[in-house]
Design a protein around this ligand. Structure first.
Ligand SMILES: [Zn+2]
Ligand SMILES: [Zn+2]
Length: 255
């Protein structure tokens, strides 16, 4: 069975309810497989042990091997009058509401095996396990990188130059972040512990904020004039040392 989860659900863990088509105990015989509540009889072949001894001739002489009783399939009991509704299996196809708890920190492609929530066992035997395949619903603002979350922060040119306070969306609500004056595009800010929880531990990933700067795509005449004035202005020209600093940073991405 597939289950699609949002990052918010993965962040906290979630209980999901499903209507599932699967084998359920037969209501007519209460799962026993015997007609009209007639009791199952002890298997005459194995006398209830579920195993039979087979004698085989081998190179060393006669060898006794223990095998599952073919008559009762190892159950030790046989049903004389089979329930007509389930042909004596004690299970029929039906629907059941299944509730499963999904822990925090699961990820796309992970398979959970939920004990006892699968098909009902024959003759009131053990239930099978339910296999749940996890799928992730893409988030509108955040990208998952293992347990880290990446956010692309788009600043305006004045914001990047002047600095200021901005809000970053995290899965636990918005967080205020201070932007330093002169923040360069490509700068990475790390918010410790604001990522996703790691499965089965109490560690958490980080939120990584990638700074980018929006350059206007169209300009009014006034805006154009203002920028033209700034074009030759002192602080709009990177000095040699700034060029070197930014190049060192750029080169470090390839290390
Ligand atoms: Zn039945
Ligand atoms: Zn038997």
């Amino acid at each position: 069975m597939k289950v699609a989860l949002t990052l918010e659900e993965i962040n906290t863990g979630v209980t999901k309810k499903f209507k599932l088509k699967k084998l359920v105990p037969c209501q007519h015989c209460k799962g026993t497989g015997a007609k009209d509540g007639s009791a199952a009889e002890t298997c005459p072949d194995c006398h209830g042990s579920g195993v039979v001894m087979r004698t085989q001739q081998s190179f060393f002489g006669m060898v006794q091997t223990q095998t599952v009783c073919p008559r009762c399939g190892g159950e030790g009991k046989i049903i004389k009058d089979r329930c007509p509704h389930c042909s004596g299996d004690g299970v029929v196809y039906g629907e059941e509401i299944v509730e499963i708890n999904i822990p925090a920190g699961v990820s796309e492609g992970m398979q959970l095996s939920v004990e006892g929530k699968g098909n009902a066992g024959k003759h009131n035997g053990y239930n099978g396990n339910l296999l749940v395949l996890i799928e992730e619903v893409p988030h509108k603002d955040l990208v998952r990188d293992e347990n880290d979350l990446v956010y692309n922060l788009l600043l305006t040119v004045p914001q990047a130059a002047l600095g200021g306070a901005i809000e970053i969306p995290t899965l636990d609500g918005a967080v205020k972040l201070k932007i330093e004056p002169g923040t360069q595009p490509g700068k990475m800010l790390r918010l410790r512990g604001k990522g996703l929880p790691e499965l089965n531990t109490n560690r958490r990933g980080d939120m990584i904020v990638n700074v980018s700067v929006y350059i206007p795509e169209t300009l009014s005449r006034d805006e154009k004039q203002a920028l033209e004035k700034l074009q030759t202005s002192d602080h709009f020209q990177p000095t040699q040392s700034i060029k070197e600093k930014l190049f060192r940073k750029f080169r470090s991405y390839f290390d």
